[in-house]
Write a new protein. Structure first.
Length: 477
């Protein structure tokens, strides 16, 4: 019995919403028809008057007419008495025939109550008085007005049929569209079974809390102690969502602030050297050479920073396409070692490369390894040893980059993958780092279903390990 009452209540709520939407759509359709009818009537009146002007102008150009007689609805009489009617303004006379543009015009009809509206239409006359020629033209508008009246009646009939039909057709469409909402409401009614019903005050308080949460108040949370059991799960889910949104918002704000700070430094340097050249460096070869070299270096740093920012932005928006292919991680490691040895002769390189196959974007994986190799070069003193190893452990492929560098403090390890984080700001500036390389490498590993492991000890060295899912080698054949 109670379930039946609840279903009836849901049906009533759904019917009420359908009725409101149906009425709103019906009124909108009615207003559209009214506007169209007004436009049609205005166009019919203007068209009739314009047609009358053309007919009377042709009659006037035809030459002498039979005075006092009606021919094709046109009557010509000698103009007597005072001038009547209104004159078309000069700016609008160019739209009328030149022969009759300066004449006066007026409309007459018989408003006798003995005549029906249909008969009254026949009495409408359009009068044109030409003062210079002393002629008075009259044109009967009855046939045209009756034709437009018939057309308007047909249009009104079709519109009436459309309005009546829309009442039922729109209701069916709305009910079908709102069916999922009705089912959701019906299921929601069962939440209160065997419990006390929701108190309106609690629901209003929950809604009020949500309305008061803005980007400036993302730390606001819904109190769970005073919330009824059925609403606690909803409130807890909303609080969890707010936690994630707040964390993302704070990360985004910090990212924008850090990016602005990083871009400000090279821009300030470029401006400084540009001012130096503008003041006294134009004719000083040494200052000119120094300024050009510094500007080129800072511009290259800015380009690298912007490219890294764009890379991370595409990663955050999930618009970075991956070219997945199966390749040998050992062969890729050999190529990276050869490149490093050609570019850097100040360190000793060792490798231990096994044949391990993975399915990944080879270009992105190579970029991540290069980032780790570049960091090893930057933070390892000259003559130090850098090792690159590739091995398989179970279902995991591991690429290991180990150096004999300065190491990372233990308290900094949890933050090394944060964007723009540096363990030593001055030393990072000296090596030209932006603080984004490890963030990019971390994103690449995670995007391929892997991760990066770090082991470091100050003044001993650091070992980075990229862990990826391994796949069987391709079958020979």
């Amino acid at each position: 019995m109670r379930d039946e009452q609840k279903r009836q209540k849901v049906t009533t709520i759904g019917f009420s919403l359908v009725s409101k939407l149906n009425i709103q759509l019906w009124l909108r359709l009615l207003s559209l028809f009214l506007v169209l009818n007004v436009v049609f009537c205005a166009a019919a009146i203007l068209g009739t008057l314009y047609y009358a002007e053309q007919v009377l102008a042709e009659a006037h150009r035809a030459g002498p007419a039979v005075l006092g007689r009606e021919i094709s609805g046109i009557t010509v009489n000698q103009l007597t008495g005072q001038r009547q009617g209104w004159t078309v303004p000069g700016s609008l006379q160019r739209f009328l025939p030149k022969d009759t543009a300066t004449g006066t015009r007026f409309v007459t009809w018989n408003a006798s109550p003995e005549l029906s509206w249909w008969e009254t239409l026949e009495t409408f006359r359009y009068h044109l008085h030409l003062q210079e020629q002393g002629l008075a033209y009259t044109f009967s508008l009855g046939r045209l007005l009756r034709l437009f009246a018939v057309i308007l009646a047909v249009i009104l009939g079709l519109q009436l049929y459309a309005l009546i039909d829309s009442i039922f057709s729109q209701a069916r469409v709305i009910r079908k569209t709102l069916q999922p909402i009705s089912e959701l409401a019906e299921k929601a009614q069962t939440l209160g079974q065997a419990r006390t019903p929701f108190r309106p005050g609690e629901v209003q308080a929950l809604a009020g809390k949500l309305e008061g949460i803005t980007a400036a108040k993302l730390d606001t949370r819904i109190e769970l102690d005073s919330t009824q059991d059925e609403l606690k799960s909803v409130a807890a889910a909303i609080n969890g969502l707010l936690d994630r949104i707040n964390h993302a918002y704070q990360m985004q704000a910090r990212f924008v602030s850090d990016a602005s700070h990083e871009l400000r430094t090279p821009i300030a340097a470029i401006q400084g050297y540009a001012n130096l050249l503008d003041r006294w460096g134009k004719h000083d070869p040494a200052a000119l050479e120094e300024s050009i070299a510094a500007i080129k270096e800072e511009a290259a740093n800015m380009k690298e920073l912007v490219e890294q920012l764009l890379f991370l932005a595409r990663g955050d928006n999930d618009t970075m396409p991956l070219q997945i292919e199966k390749f040998d991680l050992g062969q890729m490691g050999a190529a990276v070692i050869r490149e490093a040895q050609m570019l850097d002769e100040g360190h000793d390189y060792e490798s231990a490369l096994e044949s391990v196959w993975v399915e990944a974007d080879q270009g992105l994986i190579k970029q991540a390894v290069r980032i780790l190799m570049d960091n090893a070069v930057k933070y390892t003193p000259a003559g130090g040893k850098i090792q690159l190893a590739v091995a398989q452990h179970g279902q995991q492929a591991k690429m290991i980059v180990q150096d004999e560098g300065i190491g990372i403090p233990a308290e900094a390890l949890p933050r090394i993958f944060d964007r723009f984080f540096r363990t030593d700001e001055s030393r990072a500036r000296a090596t030209g780092g932006t603080g984004l390389g490890l963030s990019i490498a971390h994103w690449i590993a995670n995007r391929h279903g892997g991760h990066i492991e770090v082991v470091s000890r100050e003044n001993v060295g650091t070992r980075f390990t990229i862990v990826l899912p391994a796949v069987p080698p391709p079958a020979e054949g």
